[in-house]
Design a protein around this ligand. Structure first.
Ligand code: GCO
Length: 251
């Protein structure tokens, strides 16, 4: 079960963090994973590191906020590999400031990466998946698509938007053989959260308000992505799978 043999997956933002963990997990299940990030060097280095047998990983460097570059990347991947079976819209950024201090540029940057790019890439990949009659689109949302905390208004808005986009694409694309779902990670100790992990008060808040009693690991998020990408998830569509240790369940 949960094998991905013969599948071609593009995971945006996969040179580190959740995306890299997803890449490792999907490769272990037999997929060919296309590594993405903005840096050519990082993309090629991680692809080389994860390429177990000369067939497991390759790389396409582009900034997901550059929508035309994203469209071109999708065409390149299909040209090189004959298909794109799995798209994981994982690349994401966060900016933290009180609403009254939150800048227009910061707002635009977060929405561009976290929401505009997933839509544009899903539209491009969706064309190929529709032609093939199959495909999986998985969006890395967040518990912040469902709840909120102060100082991250753009991130919360972008992730709530991504949850909505997941539903919108799910109902339109499923008749063509695709499913579209999202993963809502809780607090995971990735580079994006280094400042939070190192903050004793914030760290205690996460541990105390998560029934499982700890931060999540990238591998626990990756396991959810493998499931949603697999044939076994063929009847899961339009859902956001929260992987948060129960944080959003607890009062
Ligand atoms: C923050 C964090 C969160 C987490 C993640 C939880 O500033 O509160 O960055 O947003 O990273 O989104 O899923």
């Amino acid at each position: 079960m949960f094998r991905l043999d013969g599948k071609v997956a593009l995971i945006t933002g996969s040179t580190r963090g959740l995306g890299r963990a997803m890449a490792e997990a999907m490769i272990a299940q037999g997929a060919h994973v296309v590594i993405n990030g903005r840096s050519d060097d990082a993309v090629l280095a991680v692809a080389a590191e994860l390429d177990l047998d000369g067939r497991s990983a390759s790389g396409v460097a582009f900034d997901v906020a550059d929508l035309s570059a994203g469209d071109a990347a999708i065409d390149t991947i299909v040209g090189r590999h004959g298909a794109i079976d799995i798209l994981v819209n994982n690349a994401g950024i966060n900016r933290r400031a009180a609403v009254e201090d939150f800048g227009d540029d910061e707002w635009r940057d977060v929405l561009a990466v976290n929401l505009d790019a997933p839509f544009a890439l899903s539209r491009s990949a969706g064309r190929h998946m529709t032609a093939a009659g199959r495909g999986r689109i998985i969006n890395t949302a967040s518990i912040m698509g469902t709840v909120a905390r102060p100082t991250i208004p753009a991130y919360v808005t972008s992730k709530a938007g991504l949850v909505g986009m997941t539903k919108a694409l799910a109902v339109e694309m499923a008749p063509h053989g695709l499913t579209v779902n999202a993963i809502g990670p809780g607090y995971v100790a990735t580079e994006m959260n280094t400042a939070l992990v190192q903050d004793p008060e914030f760290n205690s808040m996460v541990v105390d308000s998560t029934p499982v009693g700890r931060w999540g690991t990238p591998q626990e998020i990756a396991a959810a992505a493998v499931f949603l990408a697999s044939d076994e998830a063929s009847y899961v569509n339009g859902q956001t799978l929260l992987v948060d240790g129960g944080m959003t369940t607890a009062l």
